[in-house]
Unconditional design. Structure first.
Length: 585
């Protein structure tokens, strides 16, 4: 029996051909989704910056392209002042975060300081506090007129005042709350570093300090540079802290200036788009610089030889480093939490005497009762949970599909997929919100006014973070498992569902949990996209603060923090359950 060309075409060759087309269709669908989520909104933002059209009044029917918006923005003294303030605050905040983060990482990884678990907890605790909640807490503590610190100083007869409504206040709060980014980068590098070079330096007569500055820190330079630039990039896009602590002192940064432009009457959407593009350029330059600096140097600190991380014996100084950790935990976590609780449960913030601070008659559930009796509060809670779940499931599924395509296949177009999926790392969250505003506000019958537009903006905003978590989990799975599944006759989809996904379940759960947490605490991306029906907790918290009711603001901050803690607890329980199931299987 002879095989004709038709037979071959309908046999193995036809199967391979249909497989190629299926792969191209799959990649094409993912590319269309990313164009819809990332490229289209950014393109519309750029178009808005190049026109004088108001999308609400004129719609998208006519355009008059010019660079007039960019010209006026670059010549504006207000924009120049906001740019200078942004760079100064973010640079100084990064320095503060660098000092705290590197210091704690060195104490944990390289010294014999006792109670290291406490120090590690202190190092990462600010990650679990939303920036807006932290800023509100510090405003209660450090307001120049009604701050708890200043009230106590006055009652104690001290002629000393603290004013966190200042550039110094914004810098300090930025530095304290973003030090964990530096800590997490540096501590893992220090723990994995071969100590033989440090030992050789000490044998040559170098003291501990000289060894630390000439050997240890230069070797961990990649981690320091990466964390420094990442912290700077994150600070560039934060709105909550400058809005709470900077606006009362009339300190404008790019994020608060963009929001102010859209709040004017009439709103200056085109000018806001131009300033947003300027912020993207600054952020993109920092991302490029990070990759450029790290790609031109080689830093090898982990070898194939086994070793035990080296600890420096601090002697009696180890109690000093422990005290530093306790003070940091007190200042960054305990004092703000105490301030929120006092303001949330106290009837009035007026404190006539120091003793009245501890009198039970001044405390009640008044603020919580008023909040929980308000319909908009329950609506914001429901909307926040809805947006969080949509973001977690849709974003997690999309990130898994992209991560699998990029790391586990050889499909054409996967590099473009990776580029589009990671591009939002250079786009601040507030700019994502402005871009989605431009993309959807003028389209009738679209996503505007629904929780879906909030969720999709958050998916685009945090897609690079989710993809990084999932890609790490997928790369740990050996390809032989998938090859064995295909040999047994399973197709690609069955292999993913029965082999890859069950093994990668802990990473998938972790990524979805991360997305949910980031979504319910995000302010910048939601600030331009909510309506009265779709308001979320972060936006309502900002409204309460701007309304001047410190008690209601603190009580709502406590509610948001409690919801966040419940989510963290449930995610931890779910992760342990999933890990146990995977271990048994």
């Amino acid at each position: 029996m002879t095989m004709t060309a038709d037979t071959v075409g309908r046999g193995g060759g036809g199967t391979r051909l249909s497989g190629r087309w299926a792969g191209r269709v799959w990649t094409g669908c993912l590319l269309i989704l990313l164009l819809f989520l990332v490229a289209y909104p950014v393109a519309m933002l750029l178009l808005g910056a190049l026109t004088k059209t108001n999308p609400i009044v004129d719609g998208f029917g006519k355009f008059d392209l010019s660079i007039a918006n960019f010209t006026s923005v670059m010549a504006s003294s207000s924009v120049q002042s906001a740019m200078v303030n942004t760079l100064v605050i973010c640079a100084a905040g990064t320095v503060v975060a660098l000092i705290i983060g590197v210091g704690f990482a060195w104490i944990v990884a390289r010294t014999n300081t006792p109670c290291k678990r406490l120090i590690e907890s202190a190092g990462i605790m600010p990650l679990f506090v939303p920036p807006l909640v932290g800023a509100v807490a510090w405003s209660i503590l450090g307001s120049p007129t009604t701050g708890l610190f200043n009230t106590l100083f006055k009652q104690m007869g001290l002629d000393f005042r603290i004013n966190l409504y200042s550039m110094t206040g914004v810098i300090l709060v930025f530095g304290m709350y973003y030090a964990p980014y530096v800590y997490l980068f540096v501590v893992s590098t220090l723990k994995n570093m071969d100590p033989s070079l440090e030992e050789a330096a000490e044998v040559s007569g170098a003291g501990p300090l000289r060894t630390m500055f000439t050997i240890t820190f230069p070797l961990i330079a990649p981690a320091i540079i990466s964390s420094m630039l990442l912290t700077f990039i994150v600070m560039l896009g934060i709105y909550g802290i400058p809005a709470v602590l900077g606006t009362p002192a009339k300190i404008s940064v790019l994020t608060t200036y963009i929001f102010a432009l859209t709040s004017w009457s009439p709103p200056l959407f085109n000018t806001a788009a131009a300033v947003a593009i300027l912020l993207i350029v600054v952020t993109g330059f920092c991302v490029w610089l990070q990759q450029r600096v790290l790609s031109r140097r080689s830093f090898v600190t982990v070898t194939g030889k086994s070793f035990k991380p080296r600890e420096l014996n601090l002697g009696r100084w180890r109690w000093f480093t422990l005290a530093l950790a306790i003070v940091y935990l007190l200042v960054v976590v305990i004092l703000p939490c105490a301030a929120l609780l006092i303001a949330a449960f106290r009837r009035f913030m007026f404190i006539p005497t120091l003793g009245s601070l501890f009198e039970a008659k001044h405390y009640s559930l008044l603020h919580f009762e008023r909040l929980l009796g308000t319909e908009v509060v329950w609506r914001s809670i429901w909307n926040t949970l809805e947006v969080g779940f949509i973001t977690a499931f849709f974003g997690g599924a999309l990130a898994f599909a992209i991560g699998y395509t990029v790391t586990r296949t050889q499909l054409p177009g996967r590099r473009l997929l990776d580029l589009l999926a990671t591009a939002p790392v250079a786009i601040p969250g507030l700019v994502i919100g402005v871009a989605y505003l431009w993309a959807w506000i003028g389209l009738p019958g679209g996503l505007w006014g629904t929780t879906w537009i909030l969720a999709l903006a958050l998916v685009a905003r945090f897609l690079p973070d989710t993809l990084k978590v999932l890609s790490s989990s997928l790369m740990q799975i050996h390809k032989e498992l998938e090859e064995a599944s295909r040999i047994c006759g399973r197709g690609t989809l069955q292999t993913i569902l029965r082999i890859v996904l069950p093994i990668a379940r802990p990473g998938v759960v972790a990524a979805m949990t991360l997305l949910f947490i980031l979504a319910i605490r995000e302010l910048g991306s939601s600030l331009f996209l909510f309506t009265n029906d779709t308001i979320v907790m972060a936006v309502l918290l900002l409204d309460l603060y701007e309304g001047g009711n410190a008690g209601a603001t603190a009580a709502f901050s406590v509610l948001q923090s409690v919801i966040l803690l419940i989510v963290l607890g449930l995610s931890s329980l779910l992760s342990r359950t999933v890990s146990g199931v995977v271990a048994r299987t």
